[in-house]
Write a protein that binds this ligand. Structure first.
Ligand code: DAH
Length: 362
């Protein structure tokens, strides 16, 4: 009897310990403690025993029942814990958004090109400067050697604001990024060298396949002592080679006129025709890409510098046009339509950050 009890006890405890799940455990409980259970059966035998026998067997059988009950409770708790852990592991909510699960937006080609410009010019020691899009007449024109009566004003198709009482300034939407030259010089205080580019929005009342009322320019300005046209040419060549990622970029500087530079040059880049398409590089034909020149004495003066000591060069360039040339888009108006299909096609991944080491292209 004693050994039977011992067997039963070790069998039951081993099975309980090995129970693979809550259902199996419940079956074991019924098997041991249910109405027809083994231990229940043993308890029933107590009634038929002699007092002495009962006194001996009673504690054993009750002890067995308690041990098995305790083992069942403990195993049940650990199985429930395991089940909960498994559920927690399978039902996790990932609160971080994996990038590829988010409907992808894209970086507009204009923004991409602006980032590329900043990267290329940062490598040459240029900082990025900014100025207001709502400008006054003096910064946009007068300080740039375009006085009131100058015919260049008419060429700019300027959007003027209605005059406000008590403000003598004539306000307008800046027609180019050149006023940032003036603002940067005035902020620098007339006694230190400057190397900046100023990318941003510009406005003119004009609209066709290659002109939109809002467009983008980048201005470049270098002020220092002993600056020559050679510095200008080298800088533009280095910039355009890096931007178009080609070494066979050929520049042609054509004498031109801008009120704020003297001498002035328009810069053409050579192109070749590949499969009927114009590709930058080579010199089968020429495309105008930017205006430039040595900063006019009057402009240096307006910026608070002494033109007998300080010289400089400047350039201005349409960013939208650069983007069109580099990435093969032919209608400028589509840039600003906000058409998702266009944006998906021509846009860039947010992670495609231009770096000189990784390539400033796509
Ligand atoms: N501001 C000129 C324009 O909008 C472009 C330009 C030409 C800027 C020559 C310059 C420059 O800084 O030197 O047409």
């Amino acid at each position: 009897m004693t050994t039977d009890l011992e067997h039963l006890r070790s069998d039951l405890l081993a099975s309980i310990d090995a129970a693979s799940g809550l259902d199996a455990l419940e079956a074991l409980r019924v098997h041991a403690l249910g109405k027809q259970g083994a231990i229940t059966g043993l308890l029933k035998t107590l009634g038929g025993m002699s007092p002495e026998e009962r006194q001996e067997q009673g504690p054993r059988i009750h002890g067995l029942r308690e041990a098995v009950t305790a083992a069942l409770t403990e195993r049940k708790a650990s199985l429930e814990r395991l089940a909960l852990d498994a559920r927690l592991a399978s039902e996790t909510l990932d609160m971080t958004l994996p990038v590829d699960a988010v409907p992808a937006g894209s970086v507009h080609p204009v923004s991409q090109v602006m980032d590329e410009l900043a990267e290329i010019f940062a490598d040459l020691g240029f900082a990025v400067a900014t100025g207001p899009e709502i400008e006054d007449d003096w910064h946009n024109f007068t300080a740039l050697n375009i006085p009131e009566t100058h015919p260049a004003r008419a060429m700019h198709d300027t959007f003027y604001f209605p005059e406000t009482e008590g403000d003598a300034r004539k306000m307008l939407l800046r027609t180019h990024t050149s006023p940032v030259q003036i603002r940067t010089m005035l902020a620098a205080g007339g006694d230190k060298p400057i190397r900046i580019i100023a990318p941003g929005r510009t406005y003119r009342s004009d609209s066709d396949a290659t002109h939109t009322p809002m467009f983008h320019q980048v201005e470049g300005l270098v002020i220092d002592k002993g600056i020559t046209l050679g510095h200008l040419k080298w800088t533009l060549e280095t910039f355009l080679k890096a931007f178009f990622e080609r070494d066979d970029i050929v520049l042609r500087l054509r004498p031109s006129y801008f009120p704020f530079t003297e001498p002035s040059a328009e810069v053409d880049v050579g192109f070749s025709v590949v499969n009927g398409k114009r590709v930058i590089g080579g010199s089968e034909g020429w495309m105008e890409v930017l205006g430039s020149g040595m900063v006019h004495r009057k402009v240096i003066e307006a910026g608070g510098y002494d033109p007998d000591q300080w010289q400089g060069f400047a350039f201005g360039c349409g960013i939208d046009r650069l983007a069109m040339l580099k990435y093969g888009m032919d209608d400028l108006r589509a840039f600003f339509d906000g058409d998702l299909r266009w944006l998906r096609h021509y846009g860039f991944s947010a992670l495609d950050v231009p770096t000189l080491s990784g390539g400033v292209g796509a």
